[in-house]
Design a protein around this ligand. Structure first.
Ligand SMILES: O=P(O)(O)O[C@@H]1[C@@H](OP(=O)(O)O)[C@H](OP(=O)(O)O)[C@H](O)[C@H](OP(=O)(O)O)[C@H]1OP(=O)(O)O
Ligand SMILES: Nc1ncnc2c1ncn2[C@@H]1O[C@H](COP(=O)(O)OP(=O)(O)OP(=O)(O)O)[C@@H](O)[C@H]1O
Length: 492
């Protein structure tokens, strides 16, 4: 997007006039597919990507979902308004891509499908496709470009929970193991063959450069060992996703292995331009160079501390504390019964409007931070036209967007100093997910609690906290009170 230009009014950018062959498939997530523009000079479209919504494939006898939005309104894609009115009040503009609405026509979308569908992963193709009923899409700054390198990280939860409102069993677990590491163990139970990440977010968010490097090494190893299927790391070289198999298994088992594939050589040359990498560069050198370069960029940039601060300050009660507030139950009354969080008549379950978000943010900024809340009497009292319960529900909802976003680090010629870090995928979440989050929280705590009761596990962890199947948080939080916590785990 031409950063210095004022774009034409909403939906006037003539995207459907572009040739669908002039768009290049970049990547996709659960709800959108992203293409970058690679065609003749175009005042408004050069340097942009288009983010197209997907819809699930349905058997031919079922009616496909229809778009809820009307042309010229934002009902079918709240991304742009949400960023403009909510996210941009919390995150500096320079950390965010520019987003704009564009109108799209069905014929153009159909051509995008016929030209690009085969480049999509087969697994995704079997599940969903571009939603042909949409009339709008989102145009965003292209953060990957077609030259140089870019790294995308989904850092996930980077804060320690407030334990004041937790039931004793979960307090023990949650003060020891971060949410990501609890979940990776729970995922192992449901998908026994799946790769268990070595990555721990608390390392990446740490102010200690060595811990940050440790997290980056773990991400690299997870990326290689999962053959690029993890969603926490993607590496792009000259606009294309780098295939980890081309970096040759990081030569963990064979450190003399060479980098033979050109894209890996290109990455080596770009990530370390002063160092005249040859085709014989060891891939373990590339892993080291990757971790050192990205660490220096991240240490120099406030994006991760900002994310961590927002995640933690918006989730100041933990989902258990939120349940306690909403249901009026105390910690000692649960976790043995499911709390009817969203069935409570006084809780409104409709998603907030932009006006309600505005009032929420006014309240959020008006009061001092929630740090150190220890009793329900500490909860904020409100004068911003919003009940206390609703306030904390919305805060939790907003924290979910910051827990699930990604960052894109784009290298430039002199790498560290001019590198940019941008936060993407800050979409709004729905209050309808509250029950899912509560259940997931219980499941991961239960799984981790059972595991914590195993003396063998703690003994192994003390010996070697680097084993991927063991949470590395212990090292981050400090080796606190293992025996006490263990005994507590056994009792519960
Ligand atoms: O709940 P989590 O932490 O597993 O996060 C989900 C993500 O799983 P992850 O752990 O990152 O693999 C999940 O990521 P994947 O689709 O697994 O790549 C989604 O981002 C999901 O959000 P949405 O459904 O796209 O709005 C995320 O769901 P929400 O928590 O945002 O509802
Ligand atoms: N502005 C951008 N520039 C370049 N690439 C982008 C941009 N935005 C997104 N991408 C790429 O497209 C992918 C999918 O985008 P995004 O994460 O927004 O989709 P999603 O469907 O919301 O994902 P999720 O399921 O994780 O919520 C990203 O992981 C990233 O690789």
């Amino acid at each position: 997007m031409s950063q210095n230009l004022t774009s034409p009014p909403d939906a006037n950018i003539p995207i459907s006039e572009t040739d669908p062959r002039n768009w290049r498939y970049i990547a996709e997530g659960g709800s959108t597919i992203v293409f970058s523009y690679d065609g003749p000079r175009n005042f408004y479209i050069d340097g942009t990507v288009v983010r197209l919504r997907k819809s699930p494939l349905l058997p031919s006898d079922l009616t496909p979902p229809t778009s809820t939005g009307k042309a010229g309104q934002d009902a079918d894609d709240p991304t742009v308004d949400f960023q403009e009115h909510v996210i941009s009040r919390l995150v500096p503009a320079e950390f965010l891509p520019r987003l704009e609405h564009v109108q799209v026509e069905r014929g153009w979308l159909e051509k995008m499908v016929s030209i690009h569908d085969e480049k999509r992963p087969a697994k995704r193709r079997a599940m969903d496709g571009i939603d042909l009923n949409r009339t709008r899409a989102v145009l965003a700054t292209d953060l990957i470009g077609d030259k140089g390198w870019a790294v995308e990280i989904k850092p996930k939860w980077g804060f320690k929970p407030n334990t004041a409102f937790l039931a004793p069993a979960s307090r023990s677990v949650k003060s020891r193991v971060c949410r990501f590491c609890m979940k990776k163990y729970a995922d192992k139970k449901t998908h026994p063959g799946a790769h268990v990440p070595a990555y721990c977010p608390l390392e990446l968010y740490s102010p200690d450069p060595e811990r940050v490097k440790k997290a980056l090494y773990a991400l690299w190893d997870d990326w290689v060992q999962s053959n690029g299927t993890i969603n926490m790391l993607r590496i792009f070289v000259n606009g294309k996703v780098l295939d980890p198999s081309k970096v040759n298994a990081v030569s963990l088992s064979n450190p003399r292995q060479t980098l033979s594939e050109s894209s890996a050589e290109v990455l080596a040359g770009q990530i370390d331009p002063d160092h005249a990498f040859s085709p014989y560069t060891l891939s373990s050198d590339l892993r080291t160079k990757f971790a050192e370069t990205v660490m220096l960029i991240l240490m120099d940039h406030p994006a991760l501390p900002k994310l961590s601060e927002l995640q933690g300050s918006l989730d100041s009660l933990d989902i258990e504390g939120l349940s306690a507030l909403v249901t009026g139950k105390t910690a000692t009354e649960y976790p043995n019964e499911p709390l009817p969080l969203l069935d409570m008549p006084e809780v409104q379950t409709e998603d907030p409007t932009l006006d309600e978000w505005r009032r929420f943010l006014n309240a959020y900024f008006h009061h001092k931070p929630d740090d150190g809340l220890t009793a329900p009497t500490d909860f904020r009292a409100f004068t911003h036209g919003m009940s206390q319960k609703r306030y904390y529900m919305l805060a939790y909802l907003l924290s979910a967007s910051f827990k699930d976003c990604s960052i894109i680090i784009r290298g430039h010629e002199d790498n560290v100093k001019s590198a940019t870090v941008t936060i993407i995928d800050l979409d709004s979440k729905s209050l309808g997910r509250m029950r899912k989050w509560e259940n997931l929280d219980r499941d991961v705590v239960k799984c981790e609690g059972k595991l914590g009761a195993s003396t063998q596990r703690w003994e192994s962890m003390k010996e070697n906290t680097n084993r991927p199947e063991w949470c590395t948080c212990l090292a981050v939080l400090g080796q606190r009170n293992i025996t006490t916590d263990m005994a507590e785990g056994e009792r519960t």
